[in-house]
Design a protein around this ligand. Sequence first.
Ligand code: KIV
Length: 266
Amino acid sequence: MPAITLTTLQSLKQKGEKITMLTCYDATFAHACNEAGVEVLLVGDSLGMVLQGHDSTLPVTIEEMAYHTACVKRGNTDALILADLPFMANATLEQTMTNSARLMQAGAHMIKVEGALWLAESIRLLAERGVPVCAHMGLTPQAVNILGGYKVQGRNENQARQMRADAISLEQAGAAMLLLECVPSELAAEITQAVKIPVIGIGAGTDTDGQVLVLHDMLGLSISGRVPKFVKNFMQDQNSIQSALKAYVNEVKAATFPGIEHGFSA
Ligand code: KIV
């Protein structure tokens, strides 16, 4: 077991201490993130964009996710490893079980799935079988073609009410963590208060239980040159990758990152 477990994350929420998470796709960065004290390493399907150069996460396969999860596991000692089920890897309940098993056997300690209430049954089945699940809500990039782009979600009252209700239902179904992406700050704060499980934000304001960023974004690396509003370049004031990672951990723990300017209004 790593030093950081689900129990650690739950007690951080109870104590009001912020949780630090970064995406990570290989052994060397896993080690560097451990040294900096990052508590959760997310093997995100964002690797399709930042490593593979695709314009979305849709082309990423379960084989690629298992490969990168195994790479991260080899460099990791302390952090909890969270791995994404990629696009359509959870199209059926049977696929969800088989593909989650692949990621857990590759080294993940928790699985992340994108969606909303429709995830409840698979979350319940996974939790019963010993797989902790993080439900990724709000902007779910695998649904970019339904959403019509990478847009803030939950801006109108109906959507906000639905998201609050779904978050509670997914907790009741057995979700161990929620991740809110591009959600108005006020709504993210309400959801964080409404559930007992840790809530991690990206573009979700200052009041979630923890924060995540894509590693390449926070190191100031971008292919497109388009930098989302919620990103901070931690290399700007640092002279090494290691100190940028440490600055990220320090700022999340001190609640100085994100600032109000990194969030969205309703
Ligand atoms: O795949 C990923 O990196 C993610 C983050 C954007 C949260 O899901």
